[in-house]
Design a protein around this ligand. Structure first.
Ligand SMILES: *[C@@H]1O[C@H](CO)[C@@H](O)[C@H](O)[C@H]1NC(C)=O
Ligand SMILES: *[C@@H]1O[C@H](CO)[C@@H](O)[C@H](O)[C@H]1NC(C)=O
Ligand SMILES: *[C@@H]1O[C@H](CO)[C@@H](O)[C@H](O)[C@H]1NC(C)=O
Ligand SMILES: *[C@@H]1O[C@H](CO)[C@@H](O)[C@H](O)[C@H]1NC(C)=O
Length: 324
């Protein structure tokens, strides 16, 4: 009897040691369908997932760090979930692993790391921060600075955590409660993406050379193509390594409309967005890959060491030499 129990101890210890903790966030809010599907599938796959995401839709809030200035919500959460006047942060009544926070995406990540995990999960070590899948793509270096999904991700990378930003081509702002009976619908994009997220995360942990998973300063930006009901020819998109820069990379622009007397938003490409300086410049740009609509998912690596290259630095320093 004792022998059998002792024989189990190393197995139990190994299972516990292998359980990886993932902090999951996004910018569309904690009630978005995509993030709830990812929570479900990652949890079903055996990960210890703690969701900490904004109370409201925070698309386009980039890396801005904003925290609540009141203990109660001055505005309702997205889909009135939770309603105005509720606490500014809280969790699902039946699950203390699913949290909202009335802040920006970057702040919701910090809230998970600095408040939820120390206070509710005994300072469990977070192995990976996953953000998304976003409702809509986040492509190119122009979007890097605008996207709340990527903003949440580089906020995690700044704090030494490996971070991945994931975006889907399904742009609808969907409330998870409207799809509660669809968790087994294999053509629902949120479900396909969630399963692909598990496949990706599994390999990331399996392939990691050490505990750090991704090299310090780096993160990943992933964009899924249209799948399932949105493109029935695409149910299991292929992974492709890409880069941020390159053809079709754009950033925000404006145009003056003489008739309305107002400005309209538009987008613009430029040599600065097409030019590759760092990394493997033979890789295709992520914007181009997704524009080709070939059922492929882009995977681009980025670094938060924003310094110019050595050559660029030398050119600049040379020009300024007279001052030094
Ligand atoms: C919390 O973590 C510490 C250090 O790892 C451990 O000694 C302690 O038993 C844990 N407490 C609980 C309640 O899990
Ligand atoms: C978009 O989301 C809303 C809110 O959940 C939902 O009522 C609607 O059916 C969704 N539309 C599509 C096309 O998924
Ligand atoms: C989905 O499938 C699982 C496993 O078969 C089942 O437990 C669950 O009830 C199903 N969900 C729905 C909404 O039908
Ligand atoms: C650079 O990317 C190209 C295109 O994907 C690939 O064929 C090549 O092997 C890569 N080179 C290196 C050194 O990784």
């Amino acid at each position: 009897m004792f022998k059998q129990i002792f024989a189990l101890i190393p197995i139990i210890a190994a299972v516990l040691a292998n359980e990886k903790t993932i902090l999951l966030s996004n910018d569309d809010g904690w009630a978005a369908l995509n993030i709830r599907a990812a929570y479900r599938e990652l949890t079903n796959a055996g990960y210890n997932v703690i969701l900490s995401a904004p109370a409201r839709q925070r698309s386009g809030w980039s890396g801005k760090f904003q925290i609540p200035d009141s203990k109660t919500l001055k505005e309702a959460g997205e889909f009135n979930y939770p309603p105005k006047g509720s606490p500014s942060w809280g969790h699902e009544s039946d699950n203390n692993k699913i949290w909202y926070f009335d802040g920006t995406p970057g702040a919701a990540v910090a809230f998970g790391l600095e408040y939820v995990i120390p206070n509710y999960f005994n300072d469990t070590k977070v192995d990976l921060v996953v953000n998304g899948p976003n409702e809509g793509t986040n492509l190119g270096n122009g979007m890097y600075t605008i996207s709340g999904t990527i903003g949440a991700t580089y906020n995690a990378v700044y704090r030494n955590y490996p971070g991945i930003a994931i975006s889907g081509s399904n742009g609808n702002n969907s409330f998870f409660k409207d799809f509660e009976n669809d968790e087994n619908d294999t053509l629902l994009a949120a479900n396909i993406y969630a399963k692909k997220v598990v496949q990706f995360v599994d390999q990331l942990f399996k392939g990691a050379k050490d505990d750090s998973i991704l090299p310090i300063t780096t993160g990943l930006n992933i964009n899924f193509p249209s799948v399932g009901y949105d493109d029935e020819s695409c149910k299991d998109p292929e992974w492709v390594f890409t880069k941020f820069s390159g053809k079709d990379s754009t950033t925000s622009d404006l145009k003056y409309n003489k008739e309305s007397g107002l400005f309209e938003s538009s987008s613009i490409g430029s040599e600065a967005l097409y030019t590759c300086v760092f990394g493997n410049c033979s890789l295709e740009g992520e914007s181009q890959l997704l524009a080709d609509k070939n059922c492929k998912t882009s995977v681009s690596a980025f670094s938060v060491d924003y310094s110019a290259s050595k050559d660029q630095e030398e050119t600049i320093h040379g020009a300024l030499n007279g001052l030094f």
